[in-house]
Structures are given as C-alpha cells and as structure tokens.
Design a protein around this ligand. Sequence first.
Ligand code: ADP
Ligand code: MG
Ligand code: ZN
Length: 474
Amino acid sequence: MFETVIGLEVHVQLNTKTKLFCSCPTSFNHKQNTNTCPTCLALPGALPVLNKEVLHKSVMLGTAIDATINTTSFFDRKSYFYPDSPSAYQITQLYTPIVEHGKLKIDFEDGSHKTIRINRAHIEADAGKNIHDGDISKVDLNRAGTPLLEIVSEPDMRSAEEAILYLKKLHSIIRYLDIGDANMQEGSFRVDVNVSIRPKGDDKLYTRVEIKNINSFKFIQKAIELEVARQSEAWEDGVYEDEICQETRLFDQTKQETRSMRGKEEAADYRYFPEPDLLKAVVTDEMLEKYSKIPELPDEKMARFVKEYGMNEYNASVITSSVEMAHFFEAMMEEGISAKNATTWLTTELQGRLKGEMNITNSPVDAKKLGFLVKRIEDQTISGKAAKEVLDHLMENEIDVDSAIDKLGLKQVTDTGAIEAICDAVIAANPDKVEQYKGGKDKLFGFFVGQVMKESKGSASPQSVNEILKAKLG
Ligand code: ADP
Ligand code: MG
Ligand code: ZN
C-alpha cells in the first residue's frame, strides 16, 4: 500500500497599485506593452526600487499564517532565459525570505483538523506573457515586474482532498486579508503541485514530480489523482526507477493526463546569487506594528458567528467561506433579523436569483435591502411567499422594499376584523364540513385555512387566520 505525499507552491499576485520595483501600474486589460518602463523592460542602467506596499502585504500574510517575519530579508537573482523575461533573470528571495515557518489549519468534514506547515513565503517578480497567435508568438510585458508572494508548503499533505482543503483555506485567507484577487482563471493564484508516493510506514521522501498550469480546484484534484495512479502503477509494474523522475509535468484537461514538459532544473542550474542592484528589505517596527493588525480571519469569524448568532457550524462555515458573503451577511444582520432567516434569504433566495455575470458584490439587491425584506417577513408585514415576489421585483427595479410591497399589493392583512369576516363567511358556506370537523375530522382544519387564504387572495397573515379559525371552530 502506498501513501501520497504532496507539497504545494502557490504564487499569489499581490494587489498593489504599482509594480514591485518600478512605478508602472499593475492594472489589467491595458493595451499590450503600455504599462512598462526602462526598469520592467530591463533596459541597461535602469535600477529597481522596492515597493514598500509589498512588505506591508507580506507582513499581513506572515501574521495570518503564524509565521516568523524576517524584519531584514534579501533579494537574489535567479538566472534563466525565457522570452517573457527581458532581463534573463528573475529577482526572488532564496536564502533569506521575508516569511518563514508558518502553518495553516485545515478542517475535515467530520470536524477533525490537521496542521500543514508552511516552509516560507518569499517575494518575487512576475514575468510577462507570451501570446501565441498561429505561427507567431508575441510578448506582452505589462505583467512583467508585478509582485508575487510565493507560498511554499512542507510536503505535509497526504491526499488530493487535503491539498484542496489547504488551497481553499489559503485562498480564503488571501481574500480576507485583501492582499490579492486570488483569481485562479486570471492567474493571480497559481498553484504548482509536487507529488510523490511511498510505501506506507516509510518516512523517506521519494522522487517528486511537479505539475504546473492547473487553473481550478477541480483540475488540481484530478491531476493529483492521475499522477498518483501513474506513479503507483509504475511501482507495481517494477518500473518505478525507470519511469518516475524529477521533472515538471503539465496537466492536459482534454486528454485527462499529465505529461512531461521539461526535466527539473536543480538550484545550481539557476546560478543564484545575491541581487547586486537592491538593498536589503527592511520591515520597520512601525510597519510590523501596523500591518500585523489584520482583519478577522475565516476561522475566527466562524467561531464568532456560532457564538454570537447561535448559528450551527455548517451554516457558519458556508457563510464565512467567502469574505464577500460574510460581509454581506453581517450587513444584513444589522437589520436585527434572525441568523437563520438571513442565511436562507442570502444563500438560497438571493444567490438563486444571481444569474450570469451577477454576483454578490454587484447584486442589484444589496445587503441592507435584503435584510430589510427579511425584517418585513419577521414583523408580519408580508408572508414568506409574498417576499419571494417582492425580491423578484427588487431584482428588476430600483425601488425600496416598502414601496415594492405597496406597489405589488402584498401587504398582509393583520386587521383581525377583516379576517374574522372572511372566516365567518367560509364557515357559513360549508356547514357540512364544519360538522365533520367538529365530529373529529381534524384534517379539515387545513381546508378552512386554505379557503380563507384564497378568499383573502393570499394577503391574510396565516398566523392570524390560524388563531381566529381555532377560536371559531372550537
Ligand atoms: P523547488 O524550489 O526546486 O521547487 P523546494 O525544495 O522548494 O523545491 O520544494 C518545492 C515543493 O515541493 C515544496 O512545497 C515541498 O514541500 C515539495 N516537496 C519536496 N519534496 C517532495 C516530495 N518528495 N514529495 C512531494 N512534495 C515534495
Ligand atoms: Mg518549484
Ligand atoms: Zn515599469
């Protein structure tokens, strides 16, 4: 029997306003090669100057993963030639990274936990992009020099499931800290997966394969499963030594396979040496003090929701799984409504109506409005059923909740006089049913409620109808 061993390297693009070593903007979707300057084009003589904002965000990450923050760290030059890197080297941190020895807790569905150690997080510059267009390839250097934090785990994960839990947790933390967009499709959260196997009980590390270019959690899961199967089969067939070598492989989602991309370079191949053009990176006491005060993280928020709102852990974890959802929920709660209703109206009713490009951040119905709608159910102004109609209307029209209720004529009749009159009429029209009910056919109660609701065109408060009918039918 084999055990799977996984270590993950995650490149997070930091959402700073400007690049790592120059003042070019980092914004997306600009015309190719316009966000460039002599520094990020690597023209001779141009010198890099460190963007302090990168240090701030690194301190935040380091604090969130309970790591050591090296208040003095250094940059190193990693040499390689690739068309999208005009300098033919990358500035990174090999010997003394800014963040070391962190940890991240992952949570299993059965309620148990595991701690994954994080070896380091270091600052480095991103490359540009090669654009392949038929026979020709073009280079866009807008992204060149964008700051990255590379977060490197220890080989502590033992299954694809654990790897995904780790990645989702890390992703969520980046979003809570708001230090990066962490959008996998757009490449601002890029994952390299290192996979090896070993006989169960063996604590030695065997040959690892690095899989690159996987841009969704689902594909990462698949790539790991395929790679583990390939390595295990090679072992069972007695060809492990011949077939499994340290290399970089690519995941092909259409062919559902991993295949060799290139042999793995050793550190020596990169001819690392201390970057001569930059001073050491210094995190001052003020910086450390200011940026180690980080926002509430998903775990703490979840624990607080359970305690403060009496939510069950499952609902609390659904709501806190994304920072946008958590913030939306908290804004709804300011209307003084129940957490259970807030959860349902957010996760089922609103999210069920967000189609296409719509999401919780650009939803036409914001948290205050949705919270107020729930409040109108709780104070019995409208029924839950009517509220769904109001929400449909709010999605399409810019109108406040009370005006929408008026316009649609959905206000519940709580005026007991009016409801009593309808009840009397229904009772008078069905003498035989009244007799049967009084004779013990309890099920008929529902019939009377239904008739009254129908007569009132759904506007009577069900609670009042129930009370009045009970009194009248005895
Ligand atoms: P490099 O920088 O060359 O990619 P590192 O030593 O920094 O190499 O390791 C990169 C990643 O590979 C780390 O996340 C580490 O945990 C993981 N790793 C190292 N050895 C193994 C192994 N035998 N199996 C699985 N993952 C491994
Ligand atoms: Mg690597
Ligand atoms: Zn520049």
